[in-house]
Write a protein that binds this ligand. Structure first.
Ligand code: UD1
Length: 367
């Protein structure tokens, strides 16, 4: 059996590594009985900076991609189309039995569109999440990908219900748990061995970890400028560590919003996976608009404020430590949480470090 595993953007890398591991372990164990699974790793090139891509390959120990389509940045149509053109030629050449796509980025949807038209089976890891907010490009990617995928591998049971409501047949939906937590569990010892906090001169439970990159927060001058003012205010209360995503960096410079990075409000370049895990585990509070960090916060039980009107990951609120917030209310929410318990919520079912094995088994069963 041949599988093409597609990854393109930063949050994809920690989701594909456990799956690649599961395949290697299967091949080492089962080869004489059932034959080999050949997996090719395809990097679309959606993210390309050293600290948005290569650092994750290095830290996670992902082997170099077999193919890099090198598409780079562009408008949604340009980026999606470039991935489709490159990926179609690749599928033509490789003739895979399955493609595996993860998450909700443009690379996920582009790979899916190509495979569906070529009659190649599609497994979607992290299927069924819905924000029901079509102003988010990721929501469009999720809906299209899930409509076309053959096997929908879900991280939480709310995702199963979303898919059932959309008419997806029960037998195509498999609740497997959260594969990103597989990577987290495996990498935690390495993260704990680093001196991240000392390097940044912050103490455990005495700082706020901030990440903000969604177009809805950073692509408008007024909101971005207000956000930066609020962060400065919060930093009087607790030091803030804010690794700045390239999109956010670009908008800050385009709008001429200048901020000095100092020991209270540290504006950093994007950081690696292990440093990020260490910050998420030790923060007093996380303030974010990232999907992945909402889940990591839930696993660590670190109080988390998500600066968005909705989340496609409601389990991080109903079970986990996450809460939605708005520009107008987040100062109050920050004070509330800082005065509350320093760890909150519970870890959801099957966020146990073994999702990848279940995923591979379901793909083999469906083959
Ligand atoms: C993408 C995903 C988003 C995910 C995020 C994580 C889509 C629609 N969005 O958003 O879901 O949360 O990745 O990081 O797929 N840039 C660089 N270097 C890079 C990559 C990007 O400088 O390596 C800059 C470019 O100016 C680019 C901008 O960031 O135009 C945005 O990149 P893009 O991949 O379009 O979207 P993200 O905001 O990164």
């Amino acid at each position: 059996m041949k599988i093409l595993v597609v990854a393109g953007a930063r949050p994809n890398f920690m989701k594909i590594k456990p799956f690649m591991n599961a395949i290697s372990e299967f091949n080492a164990r089962e080869i004489s009985k059932t034959g080999r699974v050949d997996a090719l790793l395809i990097h679309t090139g959606q993210h390309y900076d050293e600290n948005m891509s290569e650092i994750f390959f290095r830290e996670l120990g992902i082997r170099p991609p077999d193919v890099n389509l090198g598409v780079g940045s562009g408008s949604h149509a340009v980026q999606t189309a470039q991935i489709m053109i490159g990926f179609e030629a690749l599928c033509d050449r490789e003739k895979p039995d399955w493609i595996v796509v993860v998450g909700d980025v443009n690379s996920t949807m582009a790979g899916t569109l190509v495979a569906a038209k070529m009659g190649i089976r599609i497994a979607h890891i992290e299927a069924g999440l819905r924000s029901y907010d079509r102003t988010m490009p990721e929501e469009i990617n999720r809906v299209v990908t899930d409509r076309l995928a053959d096997l929908l591998l879900t991280p939480s049971e709310d995702a199963d219900l979303n898919l059932l409501r959309e008419g997806v047949p029960r037998e195509q939906i498999k609740f497997v748990g959260n594969i990103m937590i597989d990577s987290l569990v495996e990498n935690l010892p390495k993260a704990r061995a680093l001196d991240t906090l000392a390097k940044l001169r912050v103490n455990s439970l005495r700082f706020i970890y901030v990440t903000l990159h969604r177009p809805s927060n950073v692509d408008g001058q007024a909101s971005l400028s207000a956000l930066m003012d609020r962060l400065e205010e919060i930093a009087h209360r607790l030091p803030v560590v804010f690794p700045v995503h390239p999109r956010t960096r670009k908008m800050l410079s385009e709008y001429g919003i200048k901020h000095r990075s100092d020991s209270r409000l540290q504006l950093l370049d994007p950081i690696g996976y292990h440093d990020s895990l260490s910050l998420a585990e030790n923060a007093r509070l996380i303030l974010t608009d990232s999907g992945g960090l909402q889940e990591e916060a839930t696993y660590f039980r670190t109080p988390c404020l998500t600066l968005r009107p909705n989340t496609e990951r409601p389990i991080t609120i109903t079970m986990g430590s996450n809460r939605l917030t708005k520009l107008d209310s987040f100062m109050d929410d920050v004070h509330d949480l800082i005065n509350g318990p320093d760890r909150m919520g519970q870890v959801p079912p099957l966020w146990d470090g073994h999702a990848a094995e279940r995923i591979l088994q379901y793909i083999l069963d469906a083959s």
